[in-house]
Design a protein around this ligand. Structure first.
Ligand code: IPD
Ligand code: CA
Ligand code: CA
Length: 261
């Protein structure tokens, strides 16, 4: 078992504390104590409260860092150390009582993701990765799958939604799905990437994402032996909204199938 680096210990402290609140809120939704018309406000509130807890813990230990957060925007600090926060990735799943959600924290130094965690408080899955130290889930080392024949591969993707659609997505889905075992739209970018790292999914692509959706997940995939690029195979950078992640072996196969865009 790999000893967790200090920053991962602090990230873990923050996400476990925030996770308690999220777990309670998830229970409320499941028990239907919330009227459906109030669910939107309730969840927005859950996002805000979760982020507040994360920031309180993180800013205590890293008062000088820059924070890029989904709910509070950018909190300017040192340019050298950036902490990226998505308090709930998979909000729509959360609203619908589907337990595929993650609290996501990532650290970026000089444009490179160096550390990250994803915590699913509902399934009690704690994923972490640090550069050069591997990718882990609940103390178990993660490795990408070894599947090479595309026909046996399961591929994740995000389907467009209101105000977030893009041309030719049906063509992409058609091209990928016709030769593989299936496509899964899990509804949380972070969980898709964690599943590629864990070898459950063999590949994953999505467009129109933000850095907070993918920061930790990208490092997990890389540290688990996988590859992350843009869908066209070019280098992914922290400003890129589009992503292709895989077990390496099928990377170019998916890349070719996405060439329509
Ligand atoms: C969303 C999820 C979803 C993806 C969306 C993201 P949110 O994040 O990651 O899977 O398709 O593009 O915005 O809103 O649940 O934090
Ligand atoms: Ca979110
Ligand atoms: Ca997100």
């Amino acid at each position: 078992m790999q000893i967790q680096p200090p920053i991962i210990n602090i990230f873990e402290k923050a996400v476990r504390k925030a996770g308690k609140l999220l777990l309670r809120d998830f229970g409320e939704i499941e028990n239907l104590q919330i009227q459906s018309k109030n669910i939107g406000d309730f969840v927005t509130n859950a996002d805000l409260k979760t982020e507040k807890i994360l920031l309180e813990t993180l800013q205590y230990y890293y008062p000088n860092s820059t924070y890029i957060t989904e709910e509070s925007g950018k909190i300017k600090g040192s340019d050298e150390e950036i902490i990226v926060i998505d308090p709930i990735d998979g909000t729509t799943n959360f609203i619908h009582g589907i337990p595929l959600v993650g609290i996501v924290l990532g650290k970026v130094c000089n444009g490179e993701i160096t550390d990250g965690v994803i915590f699913n408080p509902i399934l009690n899955e704690f994923y972490w990765a640090s550069k050069g130290k591997g990718a882990w889930c609940n103390n178990k080392r993660l490795r990408v799958s070894k599947r090479q024949d595309f026909v046996n591969c399961l591929i994740g993707s995000g389907l467009p939604q209101i105000n977030r659609t893009y041309p030719k997505y049906l063509e992409e889905i058609d091209n990928v799905s016709r030769d593989c075992s299936g496509i899964r739209s899990i509804g949380a970018a972070a969980i898709n990437l964690a599943y590629v790292a864990a070898g459950k999914l063999d590949g994953y692509w999505e467009r129109n994402l933000n850095l907070w959706d993918v920061s930790a997940g990208i490092l997990l995939v890389r540290e688990a032996g996988g590859r992350v690029t843009l869908p066209n195979g070019n280098e992914w950078t922290i400003d890129s909204p589009d992503i292709l992640a895989s077990n390496i072996l099928i990377h170019e196969v998916i890349q070719k199938k996405l060439k329509t865009n």
